[in-house]
Design a binder for this molecule. Structure first.
Ligand code: ANZ
Ligand code: ZN
Length: 817
């Protein structure tokens, strides 16, 4: 007999699959379409265990939907611009493309071996000029809409990577990529106006509920940070100007005892009196040295300087000192706050540090904050607040706004935490910003027919080293061009785009991957979008997923897509860890994927990944057994070897007990797959394999058509997880085509009805017998069966019976006298 041989199976099927192009959608409308997408990889090296897990998940969904009869689009590509390539190039005195494309080659080979069901004809790389041409084209559409603009402002700066970062790339005050504390720098940078879409980005999350993980939705909601409140104008004594603050608590306005502006906001310099100017300058120097982490730490002692200036409370007419401090942020709200120390902890800490008055205006029944040091932020009744006295917080907010509006010193407003997306980078390996700067004409877009603006090819190694300005600036031949408008001398913009721009629309490029006239065909996008199932890590909860949603909405407004959301459903897979800890070089607990594949085979590794836990949970490689998976696969495989009834035998002639197990398994598997309980599906397949083995080894045995039916169901179900084994079984079972082209087994509802249930028989409260009975057995029949049981008789030992309680069909309780 043949034996289950992983290596020869892989060698046999891989080339056949490649030739058959099994997973290219027909895309002709003859079948309903489904788009399944995995977050595309960054080509950092060879595939690792994390890829193996994530891609196994997406693959289950793609293969399942195809078997269900859908036309499935499941593409792959590479997010191939970015810093690591550039850093590697500097180190090796090479061009980033060399490292990038070599890694892509390695990963692609591994992905093919890993048998992911993708359409390779649509493969894309964001660093290909054929791709970034369209990234640039899209930038120009945004530019024309006023959604891409340049402004000078303090930006996040990573001193190590020597480039600016978007707010989304600053995590706890540090660079998302390298962990270096981020500093601020004033620079002229490009932005996308994502803030114009804040409301839609929030509101359109509603239909995603239940289809996206709630925590991702919560993170986005929080990031957008919509807060309702008011803008309040304060006159400045001795200056002919007003300052506006944003407050969520206009009801506390009578409790304002001082005023604070961000030390690094221009406002501070404009307000300061001459005799305090030097002090402010010295303080600003100190603030500049702080990292964002230090600045936002709440436990840090409050610092600040008095500006020698007073603001007037528009409702009470009171005069309040104006301070500059670092706890107020320059780029949130208006960069200035009315400080209400009794009811805001930061303001209270500041008041206590500088001996400023604390006035309670909301009576919450708690201790006086001036004494306790704890601001009272809860519900209560307004006091010391003029005509607002007696109102609750909820009543006080609209009432205060009304007073302010009548006095023409304020209005109701909504504020967002979301900032515009800073997209320019002072690095080389990205899509050049397609703008030319002309002394006469200003910013001039590169004409569409001159796209792509290709990266210069002669820069390499040290030329790319970070110097705070873009390496592209050094390529003089490249920089100096004639102005497309006036023909005069002009310069190219030397910044490149954040790589998150590339990944904000790649899912659309797959749809028309070869189109040379447009980034994608609107008609085709209409057919495929939104993505039916997106799979990827939770680390993209804000960055990539928010940006892609923004892009989709802009494209919708441009009439290029008809869906407003890119991803209808999202699955965040867990991580692969080892010994309860994330794999890392320092812990030395890394697991090499290719070693695992060589040792156990692709199928066993894939099966192990999915069987280990529900998809959202981590897989601890120390707790799993790919060896056991391989053994199980061999057992399943042997079923196909043993079945001897012909391909066209009629299963209805077969053993009905086995048939009912088969049909129930298939029906349950479909439900479980729809609910993403992939691990449970595997447990069900294991049960079916056991039942089939038992049937083959007994009764009508190998020749029973029901055994063939069961083995075929095992094969089809298994093909979602173990494609090599499944195709080998399918062939052995006498089929000439690939199992991926089979269809999901049809379930006969008549076979789903359970044929027997187990009735438990207790004697004096102890279980003494289990009887297999029909579900519709009546009480009298069940009672007789129970009393007739040999076991029951043995335990009764001749005693009289006092009562028999029967709960058909599940329980009989016999109480002896
Ligand atoms: C007065 C007040 C009284 C406030 C009170 C709060 C409680 P969210 O909800 O996060 O939007 N604020 C406004 N701009 C700020 C800035 N640039 N830096 C630091 N803090 C700023 O927070 C809005 C509240 O944060 C505003 O409401 C303001 O303080 C403060 F009992 O105004 B509040
Ligand atoms: Zn010009």
């Amino acid at each position: 007999a043949k034996s289950y041989d992983v290596a020869s199976m892989e060698a046999k099927w891989l080339p056949r699959w490649e030739e058959a192009k099994l997973f290219e959608p027909v895309d002709d409308g003859s079948k309903e379409r489904r788009y399944v997408l995995d977050m595309f990889p960054y080509p950092s090296g060879d595939l690792h265990m994390g890829h193996a897990e994530a891609f196994a998940m997406g693959d289950v969904v793609a293969r399942y939907l195809k078997l269900q009869g859908f036309d499935v689009l499941h593409p792959i590509g590479w997010d191939s611009f970015g810093l690591p390539a550039e850093n590697a190039a500097i180190k090796r005195n090479a061009h980033p493309a060399e490292w990038t494309y070599a890694n892509i080659e390695t990963q692609a080979t591994s992905f093919k071996r890993y048998a992911i069901a993708v359409d390779w004809s649509r493969e894309l790389h964001t660093s290909d000029p054929e791709y970034y041409r369209w990234t640039q084209w899209l930038f120009l559409r945004f530019y024309q809409q006023g959604l891409a603009y340049r402004k000078n402002s303090p930006v996040n700066w990573c001193p190590k990577d020597q480039t600016v970062l978007a707010n989304e790339q600053v995590v706890n005050g540090a660079c998302e990529r390298c962990g270096t504390p981020v500093t601020k720098k004033s620079l002229n940078q490009w932005y996308f106006k994502i803030t114009d879409y804040a409301d839609r980005l929030l509101d359109d999350m509603e239909p995603l509920k239940g289809h996206w993980p709630e925590r991702v939705l919560a993170m986005q909601r929080n990031w957008i940070g919509r807060s309702a409140g008011a803008h309040v104008d304060f006159e400045i004594e001795g200056l002919d100007r007003k300052i506006t603050v944003f407050t969520t608590r206009p009801d506390t306005i009578y409790g304002t005892t001082f005023f604070v502006v961000a030390a690094d906001a221009e406002l501070a310099g404009e307000l300061v009196s001459d005799e305090h100017r030097e002090q402010l300058r010295a303080y600003q120097e100190d603030v500049k040295k702080l990292s964002e982490i230090e600045r936002q730490a709440t436990e840090r002692e409050k610092t600040g300087v008095f500006l020698g200036r007073y603001a007037i409370n528009p409702l009470s007419g009171e005069r309040m000192p104006i301070w500059a401090a670092d706890y107020v942020l320059a780029d949130y709200g208006t960069g200035a706050v009315m400080a209400v120390p009794a009811h805001d902890q930061r303001d209270l800490d500041f008041a206590r540090a500088f001996g400023l008055p604390v006035r309670v205006v909301v009576d919450t029944g708690e201790d006086d904050p001036a004494v306790s040091g704890v601001a009272t932020v809860g519900e209560g009744t307004l006091i010391n607040s003029g005509s607002l006295d007696g109102l609750s917080k909820a009543e006080g907010i609209p009432a205060a706004i009304e007073l302010l509006e009548t006095a023409q010193s304020g209005k109701k407003t909504i504020n967002y935490r979301l900032r515009d997306w800073l997209l320019s980078r002072q690095r080389f390996w990205g899509a050049p910003i397609p703008i030319i700067h002309c002394a006469e004409c200003g910013e001039v877009p590169v004409p569409d027919d001159q796209l792509p603006v290709r990266l210069p090819e002669n820069l390499r190694g040290e030329d790319l080293a970070p110097k705070g300005t873009s390496p592209l600036a050094a390529a003089q031949d490249w920089v100096n061009v004639s102005c497309p408008k006036c023909g005069g001398t002009a310069q190219r913009d030397t910044d490149t785009m954040d790589t998150f721009v590339d990944s904000s629309w790649y899912f659309l490029r797959y749809i028309s991957a070869q189109n040379e006239n447009l980034p994608f065909e609107p008609e085709a996008a209409k057919n495929w979008m939104p993505v039916a199932q997106y799979v990827g890590g939770v680390e993209h909860a804000i960055l990539h997923l928010l940006y892609s949603r923004f892009f989709m909405k802009v494209l919708f407004d441009l009439g290029m897509v008809s869906a407003q959301e890119p991803f209808g459903a999202l699955l965040n897979q867990g991580q692969v860890i080892n010994g309860g800890k994330a794999m890392s070089k320092s812990l030395g607990n890394g697991i090499d994927l290719s070693e695992q594949l060589d040792k156990f085979g692709v199928d066993a590794v894939r099966l192990t990944m999915i069987f280990a836990s529900p998809p959202e949970d981590d897989v601890d490689w120390a707790d799993v057994s790919p060896g056991a998976s391989a053994k199980f696969l061999a057992r399943a495989w042997r079923l196909a070897q043993d079945v001897s009834s012909p391909v066209d035998s009629d299963p209805r002639q077969g053993d009905s007990a086995l048939r009912s197990v088969t049909h129930r398994t298939v029906a349950e598997a479909a439900e479980l797959l729809d609910a993403h309980k992939f691990n449970v599906v595997i447990a069900k397949i294991m049960e079916l394999v056991n039942a089939t083995r038992k049937a083959i080894d007994s009764g009508a045995g190998a020749a029973d058509p029901a055994a063939r039916e069961a083995a075929e169901a095992v094969t089809i179900l298994l093909s979602l997880f173990a494609p090599y084994t499944a195709d080998d079984m399918w062939e052995q079972l006498g089929h000439s085509d690939f199992v991926a082209r089979a269809s999901w087994p049809t379930v006969d509802p008549a076979l789903l009805v359970e044929s027997t249930v187990t009735a438990v028989v207790q004697v004096q409260g102890k279980v003494r017998e289990r009887l297999e009975v029909t579900p519709d057995i009546d009480e009298e029949q069940l009672r007789e069966l129970a009393l007739a049981s040999e076991n029951v008789q043995k335990f009764l030992a001749g005693r009289e019976i006092r009562t028999v309680i029967v709960r058909a069909p599940k329980l009989v309780n016999i109480v002896p006298a």
